[in-house]
Design a protein around this ligand. Structure first.
Ligand SMILES: Cc1cc2nc3c(=O)[nH]c(=O)nc-3n(C[C@H](O)[C@H](O)[C@H](O)COP(=O)(O)OP(=O)(O)OC[C@H]3O[C@@H](n4cnc5c(N)ncnc54)[C@H](O)[C@@H]3O)c2cc1C
Length: 261
């Protein structure tokens, strides 16, 4: 058994092509809006959300749409109004990609229940053989010596069984066809615990992130998923503070001021 900790790596975020955006804005008479943008490195997701919202009403300048006599020029105020009015579809344009490392199959079962606005690529234990059994123990479990003794002994035994089966099935013998390795590896994973640490790439848009952060940091949510979503929430508040600044954090639960935008 190899003790591990679940970790989150934010590996991709939106990047605006400002030249293309400017070219479009010149077409529609909205280039002044672009000059007002904060072009800080971390603000592309927020700029994209505002841009998508302004396209809807041609709200670059008063008068471009005769029905629009007043426009919100302040970036923060504009995005706050998006959250307040639950105009969350514009938040779907900005997606973030995370590597969720050393998460269990318990975790992966739960996260895939969130469907709209997500993409998942999960480590295949049909292809990737378990040479050892990486496993996360929460602090309270680590503090229980009898539990740790029994659990570690069981995991070591399961690990030994994995190695025995690989040898027994001759998986490393010369000439074993790949489909045979896959067949047996798929069987062998059934004898690993649900808690075995594995990994996935998970992509979600901002609308989905807001919903999942709330649901999965709730006190009723599972311990590991709460831990991971707490990390995701911290990352997102740093990435897009105007779109994740309305949460109050109470004992690890991220409670938004505006729900289900
Ligand atoms: C604390 C907690 C405990 C849970 N316990 C259990 C359990 O015991 N057993 C169990 O099976 N699951 C359980 N779940 C999973 C839960 O039932 C949901 O499947 C999961 O949280 C996905 O969230 P969601 O339903 O909001 O859907 P998401 O896929 O995240 O979708 C987001 C929103 O889009 C809308 N939407 C999505 N799909 C549809 C659709 N097909 N039709 C209409 N509207 C749609 C809904 O408004 C939905 O809330 C639990 C979840 C949590 C957070």
């Amino acid at each position: 058994m190899r003790p591990v900790q679940p970790e989150v790596f934010l590996v991709a975020r939106p990047a605006i092509d400002y030249e293309q955006m400017a070219a479009y804005l010149r077409e529609v008479g909205g280039e002044n809006w672009l000059e007002r943008l904060d072009r800080g490195d971390l603000d592309d997701a927020q700029n994209l959300a505002e841009f998508a919202g302004k396209v809807c009403y041609r709200a670059w300048e008063p008068g471009l749409n005769p029905n629009v006599r007043r426009v919100r020029n302040d970036h923060a105020e504009y995005l706050a109004n998006i959250l307040k009015s639950a105009h969350g579809s514009v938040l779907e344009h900005a997606s973030f990609t995370f590597v969720l490392h050393n998460i269990s199959r318990v975790f992966s079962h739960e996260i895939v229940r969130h469907r709209p606005g997500t993409a998942v690529s999960q480590e295949s234990l049909r292809f990737v053989r378990l040479d050892d059994i990486p496993f996360w123990f929460p602090d309270w479990a680590r503090d229980d010596p009898e539990l740790m003794k029994r659990a570690t002994a069981l995991l070591d035994q399961m690990e030994e069984l994995q190695r025995w089966m690989a040898d027994h099935f001759g998986l490393d013998d010369a000439g074993v066809p790949f489909h045979e390795k896959k067949h047996k590896t798929s069987f062998m994973r059934r004898l690993a615990p649900d808690g075995v640490a594995t990994g996935m790439v998970w992509t979600a848009n901002i609308r989905t992130l807001r919903h999942t952060i709330e649901a999965r940091t709730d006190p009723g949510a599972e311990e590991e998923i709460r831990l991971v979503f707490g990390k995701i929430a911290e990352l997102m508040r740093a990435e897009a503070p105007l779109l994740f600044g309305d949460y109050q954090v109470q004992d690890g639960a991220w409670v938004p001021q505006y729900r289900k935008v």
